[in-house]
Design a protein around this ligand. Structure first.
Ligand SMILES: [Zn+2]
Ligand SMILES: [Zn+2]
Length: 168
């Protein structure tokens, strides 16, 4: 019994000393170009190109765009097209509602009908949602046309800003 106990202890010691932490980067050849892959210690994988680790979802996301707090999920390779179609259809909906609420206000004024509080509230809510949602759709249309993700666009802008601040 003691012998077995001693052996397991020695085994553990040997395993402890022979343990080597995995390298942090690995270089792979993709389409004739050398790409450096970073190691994710949480997921225990070498992250594929354009992937990023989301601290909220606690996993690596392929073609990571951003973590959407409204949807409560990450937007990446698997669901980006659905996310884009969702905000695009939402833009059309907000434009549609805004156009009809404005028409309603104009028609009410022309026949001198007093506007109620709900209509005023609708105008205010629609005005702000039109700008934010249409703006967001426009931004994602620009990202798709330039084959970028929000994460890459923000990183590029940040590094450009850093470069500008270093120069000036
Ligand atoms: Zn990860
Ligand atoms: Zn996430």
């Amino acid at each position: 019994m003691q012998h077995i106990h001693c052996q397991t202890r020695t085994d553990l010691l040997v395993r402890k000393t022979s343990y080597r932490p995995p390298p942090r980067t690995r270089e792979v050849l993709i389409n004739g170009q050398t790409v450096k892959l970073k190691y994710c210690f949480t997921c225990k994988i070498f992250r594929p190109p354009r992937a990023s680790h989301c601290s909220l979802c606690d996993n690596c996301v392929e073609r990571f765009d951003h973590h959407c707090p409204w949807v409560g999920n990450c937007v990446g390779r698997r669901n980006y097209r659905f996310f884009y179609l969702f905000i695009l259809s939402l833009s059309f909906l907000t434009i549609f509602i805004f156009a009809f609420v404005i028409t309603h206000v104009i028609l009410s004024k022309s026949i001198s009908i007093f506007l109620d509080g709900c209509t005023v509230l609708e105008v205010v809510v629609c005005f702000f949602s039109v700008w934010s949602i249409v703006g967001l759709s426009g931004f994602h249309t620009y990202l798709i046309s330039s084959n970028q993700t929000t994460n890459e666009d923000v990183s590029t802008s940040h590094s450009l800003l850093m470069l500008y601040l270093n120069i000036h």
